[in-house]
Design a protein. Structure first.
Length: 531
């Protein structure tokens, strides 16, 4: 195969907004702080150093992290990184992700490895500073249906359980039965035993989903110094108290984000703000806070507060307030000395809605970087693609486009009537000249005939394409079968498959291979051939 990567813009899997962001279109300049180039981090470091002032935030952060890691076998690299956060020349690079069961889709790995690898590049470029990779666990999310499953070899494994509150506090009780079903699918090979042990130690030996996910991510990435943060924490939310109060009383985010959305109206909008972008939080409850009839009410409950009562609650129990998708990025940037957020296209799209809000509350807006994307393939699949005369660009096409393009290459004669259409148009140019010199009604007759004949050619072209598809049906079937292997359900592999599927079949260290290959600032879709 001729290349081992494709630009995001040419992959066909990124939105117009993301393509324009990557192309640094002038109309988007006001929606972000700095573009993710290595040289732009110098100014970002200086700005964040001024904005993230005081040692108290750092001490509080380190204290919380040390407490959260107290029961985990922590690597030397991670311990060192946590301690470095005490120093004013240490900054974070952050990615966030839901608590998907057993990591969920493959791109969980790519997000974290992008984060780890960017800290390495920054340390090489700015040796006087330290850079710590952070995985922000979305422990306060309450949409359990989004995370309670993963796909393995085309089969969905779902954890059936009731959940109404923050998923991080959810008990792992009941996963033993789930594990028995999954374990049978894994078989009994060496790699299968490793996967089974990892699942058991993560989920069957920990009480909550947050603890299980932290253990799992630490096992996978602890050797690379990853620091895992659960921000569902009273002490961390004390730092956020002024911004919670501002949101309740002034509702700044609603006004600012609505203004930004109006300026982004030529694009698809990712999220819309609420009047109050906070939830009320308890173990089994996460509901929106509403302001109605001069009262603060918790949606779908009888709980309500006066302004004084709710501000007092913020002061004494900030842990009862949970930021939504609009406020969570602000919470992150307030409690972390963060330079850059790494996320998927959808995440970066909603971050672009927030710049004016950050400016209003005087918090430094981070650099926004689209995470690495990867297509994993085997040597056998790569050889098969080459034998079929396919490039990676071909395989990234939508299925019908791939069929049509393949027929054009397979057919021994042209399957489009471009030459015939051009010849027809020249004939009608002559007829129009004649018509212009006679009765005007003749022009209409010529136009009607032109439309009829062009439509007839188009129909013949479609019939010829169908005939050639029947003739080359076996070749097309092999091509589409290969694409289905690489793009399950006509979607990106990284959004469908779980890492265990590839670990099971390949004895090489999958994560080490990805860490070696991925370059987060290059903005390319990597194609990696597994050993």
């Amino acid at each position: 195969m001729p290349t081992d990567n494709i630009s995001y813009q040419n992959s066909g899997y990124f939105s117009t907004l993301m393509n324009d962001y990557l192309d640094q279109k002038p109309n988007l300049k006001s929606f972000y702080n700095r573009f993710p180039n290595l040289e732009n981090f110098e100014e970002q470091i200086l700005e964040k150093k001024i904005n993230f002032n005081g040692d108290e935030k750092r001490q509080r952060l380190v204290s919380v992290l040390e407490e959260q890691y107290a029961q985990i076998n922590t690597s030397t690299e991670t311990v060192s990184n946590i301690k470095l956060l005490n120093h004013s020349n240490t900054f974070t690079i952050t990615t966030g992700h839901q608590l998907n069961l057993f990591t969920g889709p493959l791109y969980f790995l790519y997000k974290i490895i992008s984060t780890i690898n960017l800290t390495k590049e920054l340390k090489a470029e700015y040796p006087d500073c330290n850079f710590v990779p952070i995985y922000w666990m979305a422990t306060e999310d309450h949409d359990f249906e989004e995370i309670n499953y993963f796909n393995f070899k085309g089969r969905k494994f779902r954890w059936n359980k009731e959940s109404t509150g923050p998923v991080g506090r959810l008990s792992t009780y009941g996963l033993a039965e789930f594990f028995e079903v999954y374990a049978r699918e894994l078989g009994s090979g060496k790699n299968a035993k490793t996967i089974k042990k990892l699942f058991q130690e993560s989920y069957l030996n920990h009480v909550t989903l947050a603890d299980a996910t932290r253990f799992l991510a630490n096992e996978l990435f602890g050797a690379y110094g990853l620091v895992i943060l659960d921000a569902d924490n009273q002490d961390l939310k004390r730092t956020f108290i002024p911004y919670i109060k501002e949101e309740l009383v002034q509702q700044t985010s609603h006004r600012k984000v609505l203004d930004t959305i109006e300026n982004l109206k030529n694009y698809s909008i990712q999220v819309n703000p609420r009047e109050i972008n906070l939830f009320y939080l308890e173990d089994n409850l996460r509901e929106r806070i509403l302001f109605e009839n001069n009262k603060y009410k918790v949606n779908n409950t009888k709980i309500e507060f006066s302004e004084n009562e709710i501000l007092s609650l913020v002061e004494n129990h900030p842990e009862k307030f949970s930021p939504n998708v609009i406020m969570r990025p602000l919470y992150q940037e307030v409690i972390l000395p963060n330079l850059c957020y790494i996320g998927g296209g959808g995440e970066i799209a909603y971050w672009l809605e927030l710049k004016s809000f950050f400016d209003a509350v005087k918090v430094t807006f981070p650099i926004l970087l689209i995470r690495n994307s990867v297509l994993l393939t085997t040597q056998k699949q790569t050889q098969k693609a080459a034998k079929l005369g396919l490039t990676w660009s071909n395989l990234f096409l939508k299925q019908n486009d791939l069929k049509n393009q393949s027929i054009v290459k397979l057919s021994e004669f042209p399957v489009d009537f471009t030459v015939q259409k051009e010849h027809l148009q020249k004939q009608f140019e002559t007829l129009y000249k004649i018509a212009s010199q006679t009765d005007k009604s003749f022009i209409g007759a010529v136009k009607a005939q032109e439309v009829k004949q062009i439509k007839g050619l188009a129909n013949l072209e479609k019939r010829l394409l169908k005939a050639q598809k029947r003739k080359y049906s076996e070749e097309l079937e092999r091509i589409i079968d290969l694409q289905k292997e690489l793009f399950p359900n006509q979607s990106l592999q990284e959004r469908q498959a779980n890492f265990s599927e590839f670990y099971l079949e390949n004895s090489a260290d999958l994560i080490a291979l990805l860490v070696k290959r991925l370059r987060p600032l290059e903005s390319v879709f990597d194609i990696i051939v597994l050993p």
